[in-house]
Design a binder for this molecule. Structure first.
Ligand code: NAP
Length: 296
């Protein structure tokens, strides 16, 4: 697997701030090497103020494309020539393909989530979901799920910061797709229990349960759950968590104890990258090798 930068090497990468912690360069560069593609993927610290200028330079220099992370996912949209249906509905772009100087934006986050759900045996067509949270990850999961054939989405969110965004998401899904969507307050435990009981899948898209840092700076596993600990789950239900650190959140541990099938956010991360790789190269990412190298 020798690799040399040549006069022909094409470039792309991740734009955002901060980006230095990202696993994406490892995933994509290993995949380029394994497939013998003369391409590199780098990280670029780019704030929204410098985004227009950077995108213009990337276009002029003939990159194959790039990813975007916070805070550039929405800010990039005015600089693109075309935007895919899911990215338009989600209102955010995480992948741009550059072909013959033309830039097309996509959002592969929702694809990544639903591909990981399918791998666990869950097919969204005709099924109902309870979704906790209404931020960036939740929006991508809801929109892609609706486009992929979910029949019903119950969104539960705190009646705070993102409530209006949640209302917009619900009306957009109901208007633009054949899926029905509704919104309830996460603090209403009776409503939460009712929505979960009527769903085939429960998805946590809030950061509740994510590992943090203690006062001494050491990693600390959170035992917090986005639902009451004594809420009953049907063993027929799937439970997915967008969190991947820790691998088994308190919610997933509870769901496992109740006999549910569970999955964490690890494969969402893997498959959103795999889809971006395919959009850039037309080739399938060697996900088994990438998973073994960086996700095990
Ligand atoms: P975001 O845009 O800030 O949205 C967070 C959502 O969770 C909002 O609806 C927020 O409501 C809600 N929330 C936050 N704290 C809460 C609490 N204590 N109780 C109840 N609800 C709460 O964040 P995001 O980008 O969607 O990220 C959410 C999680 O997904 C993070 O853990 C992130 O690491 C993870 N993620 C994973 C992947 C992956 O590939 N696996 C990809 C993206 C994100 P308020 O507005 O009321 O705060």
């Amino acid at each position: 697997m020798d690799f040399q930068i040549t006069g022909q090497t094409r470039f792309g990468g991740l734009l955002g701030s901060p980006v230095r912690h990202s696993i994406s360069p490892m995933m994509h560069n290993l995949s380029f090497r394994l497939l013998g593609l003369d391409c590199v993927y780098l990280c670029f610290e780019v704030t929204p103020q410098k985004l227009g200028q950077t995108v213009s330079v990337f276009r002029d220099l003939g990159c194959y494309g790039f990813n975007l992370t916070m805070p550039d996912k929405k800010a990039v949209m005015p600089y693109l020539d075309a935007i895919s249906q899911e990215a338009e509905l989600i209102g955010a772009v995480n992948t741009v393909v550059c072909r013959d100087g033309r830039l097309t934006g996509y959002n592969t986050d929702g694809y990544g989530f639903w591909e990981s759900a399918r791998q666990e045996g869950f097919q969204p067509e005709g099924r109902g979901m309870t979704l906790l949270g209404a931020g960036g990850a939740a929006g991508a999961i809801a929109v892609q799920g609706a486009l992929d054939g979910l029949s019903q989405i119950h969104i539960l969110n705190r009646h705070t910061r993102s409530w209006e965004a949640a209302e917009r998401l619900v009306s957009l899904i109901s208007r633009e797709t054949s899926c029905r969507a509704d919104l309830s307050d996460l603090a209403d435990e009776g409503m939460l229990a009712e929505k979960i009981a009527g769903s085939d899948i429960l998805v946590n898209a809030t950061p509740v349960g994510m590992a943090g840092r203690g006062d001494d700076g050491k990693p600390e596993i959170s035992g917090e759950m986005p639902v009451p600990a004594d809420m009953a789950f049907s063993p027929d239900m799937w439970v997915g968590d967008v969190i991947y650190h820790p691998r088994r959140t308190a919610l997933l541990q509870k769901a496992e104890q109740e006999g549910c099938r569970t999955f964490n956010g690890m494969k969402m991360l893997l498959y959103q990258g795999a889809k971006a790789f395919e959009l850039w190269t037309g080739q399938r990412m060697p996900v088994e090798e990438v998973q073994k190298a960086f996700f095990s």
